[in-house]
Ligand binder design. Structure first.
Ligand code: ADE
Length: 226
């Protein structure tokens, strides 16, 4: 899967060199690149923002550098592109959205800063063939920019690519799976730690009872989290 991020801080994406995603990149399961939006400006100050029409606080990202940066990505390939515009005003990112997006050939993340990207950028690319626009929020809070949100999405989506996670069975048992229950509590050795004991049933070797206990605990946790 191809993943591209456009940002004024491409260095933000250095964690993608690490751990399972770093490994997946080395194995060419993921092809990632970060693009500096300022490379698509033409003034000495590399300006990417301006004051909002209609007034108000803050600055808005100018459409021209975004248009040129996105066009440069489109020009490099012929595969369909999912253009993900990160915004607190977008559709909520969930495990279901991650599952839908893992089938994509190319995810292009547009990481805005300030008060967001001029709204015409999303509107324009909605009418371009081979591009689908998704305006997405990772949660009901406001970040300083879309970079962290893109990292969250990249991690959640990448781990669903076959081969990225060592044991694919672990995906089925996780929280937010199709059944919708949260994952049951997990324990490892030692059986006693600071006066706390691992639940007896998990050490019983009775697989039926263990499965029942895990189902009950998963449901109890899900109710608590509601
Ligand atoms: N940019 C700022 N806040 C955001 C959020 N919650 N989700 C996605 N992008 C954002």
């Amino acid at each position: 899967m191809k993943i591209t991020a456009i940002s004024i801080f491409p260095e933000y994406f250095s964690p993608l060199d690490l751990s399972l995603i770093g490994k997946a990149r080395n194995q060419s399961l993921i092809e990632f690149s970060a693009i500096n939006l300022r490379d698509f400006t033409h003034d000495n100050h590399h300006t990417v923002d301006d004051t909002p029409y209609g007034g108000g606080a803050g600055m808005v990202m100018k459409p021209e550098p975004w248009g040129e940066a996105i066009d440069s990505v489109i020009a490099k390939g012929s595969t369909p592109i999912e253009l993900v515009i990160l915004t607190p005003a977008g559709k909520k990112f969930t495990q279901r959205v991650a599952e839908e997006m893992v089938g994509s050939e190319h995810l292009l993340f547009a990481c805005g800063r300030y008060e967001g990207i001029d709204a015409r950028v999303a509107e324009y690319y909605r009418s371009v063939t081979n591009i689908r626009v998704h305006e997405i929020s990772i949660g009901d809070y406001v970040l300083n920019g879309g970079e962290v949100a893109a990292l969250v999405m990249i991690e959640a989506i990448s781990r669903l690519i076959p081969g990225v996670i060592g044991n694919p069975e672990s995906l089925a048992e996780e929280s937010h799976n199709e059944i919708g229950a949260l994952e049951y509590p997990t324990f490892t050795k030692p059986a006693q730690w600071r006066g706390l004991t691992v639940p007896e049933v998990l050490m019983s070797g009775n697989h039926g009872q263990i499965a029942q206990w895990r189902r009950d605990e998963a449901l109890r946790r899900s109710k608590l989290a509601e």
